[in-house]
Design a protein around this ligand. Structure first.
Ligand SMILES: Cc1cc2nc3c(=O)[nH]c(=O)nc-3n(C[C@H](O)[C@H](O)[C@H](O)COP(=O)(O)OP(=O)(O)OC[C@H]3O[C@@H](n4cnc5c(N)ncnc54)[C@H](O)[C@@H]3O)c2cc1C
Length: 434
């Protein structure tokens, strides 16, 4: 088994290919092993490297580091969400717990980019929760009420203003929140790889087949070798279930996204030369759509149950056609053939949108399940799970652990039937805004 990704992600293809890739080719012993080198695993490795300069730390990934969901996302570093997954916690107390975690997530990414002078197209332009349906005003007013109680600056906007700001007359209503950042996810995760401490050994294209614990040693079997470790952190997010970790609490969902080439001057003029913006849907299965700093349009409008290990080329092509239609609906004046890249990525979901941050056994830790908001929360959870695994306490850990625990999921085949039915229902509800 391998994690096989398409190689058509626009964010990844913007970057210079890396060199000096090492894979595990023998048996090794170490003090710390981290499985999964996305935001979570890289942040855990960075923190452990700082804390234990004399210990042996290995970070292993089944593919090239950072080239899973961490490079394949839409690049919204969020302070608030209306829907995370299909659900949203509307009670103020729970919403606040979630927002407190998002806030810590933004701060930790900000600190990282300031400390390492990272250029990741950071733009504190906020975000729009937008709908083509005026009747969604009710949902937005309720949301506005929650945001006001918690002190988040926002305002409600209507068609004419939205047309000026976004360059499309598709949306009739939106709530703009001042907080929230748009960034280039590939550049961010690449910076995390580039600055890994020297005492972290990174093995890529090294797929963990299985693992077991015997007394105080955890043995991990890879295709070309095994690693014996004293402590382990699982940071495989959408692949936690396939490794048998918290299997009754998380499940993978495959998302697909497409990005256009940069619009020409003429095309850009035809849509009113808007500044960079990001729209999130009011209904869970509507489209996330973004105008990037370099005038590309990114759209994500699918979420489905699929093998997390691979999406076939033909399915990806079908999703790309969907996304072409999504762009055309919003920007009918643009040519049909401007999509330059389409890709898929895996996220992890829980039933009640609560993340996983836990010690699951002696010396075995796990962090993941960000329900689509992993840029900030993954970076935060990665650093903090490393600290928790060192038996230390922080204010951040207290805030994280105040969250609700993920709720139990039914076994297969009931789980997949349930998820597919729910996705179908949400797709129907969001039909016009896909
Ligand atoms: C299309 C899309 C849009 C998204 N949009 C946003 C957004 O706008 N904002 C936001 O905050 N989040 C968004 N997300 C979610 C976000 O990308 C994830 O939450 C985040 O990347 C999780 O980071 P991670 O490090 O935990 O997991 P990942 O980046 O998924 O990394 C896990 C790693 O584990 C490795 N792995 C898995 N199994 C094994 C194994 N057996 N052996 C070794 N290695 C293994 C994988 O290869 C992978 O590299 C989006 C995701 C997608 C796919």
């Amino acid at each position: 088994m391998e994690v096989t990704n398409d190689n058509s992600c626009g964010w990844i293809n913007d970057l210079i290919p890396r060199i000096n890739i090492k894979s595990l080719q023998s048996n090794e012993d170490c003090d710390w092993l981290i499985i999964g080198a996305g935001y979570t695993g890289l942040s855990a490795a960075r923190k452990l490297g700082q804390l234990y300069s004399n210990q042996k730390i290995i970070l292993a990934d089944a593919q090239l580091a950072g080239e899973g969901a961490s490079s394949r996302n839409s690049g919204y570093l969020v302070d608030t969400t209306l829907n995370d997954g299909f659900t949203s916690n509307k009670e103020i107390e729970n919403y606040k717990k979630k927002a407190d975690i998002y806030d810590l997530g933004i701060n930790v990414v900000k600190k990282f980019i300031n400390e390492h002078q990272v250029d990741c197209d950071w733009n504190e332009c906020g975000k729009y929760f937008a709908s083509s349906k005026l009747k969604d005003k009710k949902i937005l007013l309720n949301f506005s009420n929650t945001l006001s109680k918690l002190g988040f600056e926002h305002n409600l906007l209507f068609k004419n203003e939205l047309y000026k700001r976004l360059g499309t007359s598709f949306y009739n209503i939106a709530l703009h929140t001042k907080g929230g950042i748009l960034l280039h996810p590939g550049k961010l995760v690449r910076a995390m790889i580039d600055i890994l401490p020297r005492n972290v050994c990174l093995y890529e294209n090294s797929f963990l087949l299985n693992w077991n614990k015997n007394k105080d040693i955890i043995t991990c079997n890879f295709k070309n070798g095994k690693i014996n470790t004293k402590k382990i952190i699982f940071a495989t997010n959408g692949f936690l279930k396939s490794l048998g970790i918290k299997s009754n609490y998380n499940f993978p969902i495959t998302l697909t996204a497409s990005m256009t080439r940069s619009l020409t001057d003429e095309e850009f003029k035809s849509i009113g030369e808007p500044k960079e913006w990001g729209v999130l849907p009011v209904r869970p299965m509507g489209a996330t759509i973004r105008m990037t700093k370099d005038r590309r349009i990114l759209i994500r409008n699918t979420a489905e149950v699929c093998s997390p290990f691979k999406m076939s080329k033909s399915i990806l092509e079908k999703r790309s056609i969907n996304q072409k239609i999504g762009i055309k609906k919003r920007f009918p004046q643009l040519p049909n053939d401007i999509i330059q890249s389409s890709w898929s990525g895996i996220v992890s979901r829980t039933r009640n949108s609560s993340q996983i941050f836990e010690k699951i056994d002696n010396n075995i830790f796990v962090a993941g399940c960000y329900n689509g908001s992993g840029i900030g929360v993954g970076t935060l959870f990665g650093e903090q799970i490393a600290i928790k695994a060192s038996n230390e306490k922080t204010k951040e850990i207290e805030t994280i652990e105040a969250k609700n625990e993920p709720t139990w999921l039914p076994p297969q085949p009931f789980l997949n039937i349930g998820i597919k039915t729910r996705l179908m229902y949400e797709r129907f509800r969001a039909f016009s805004d896909v």
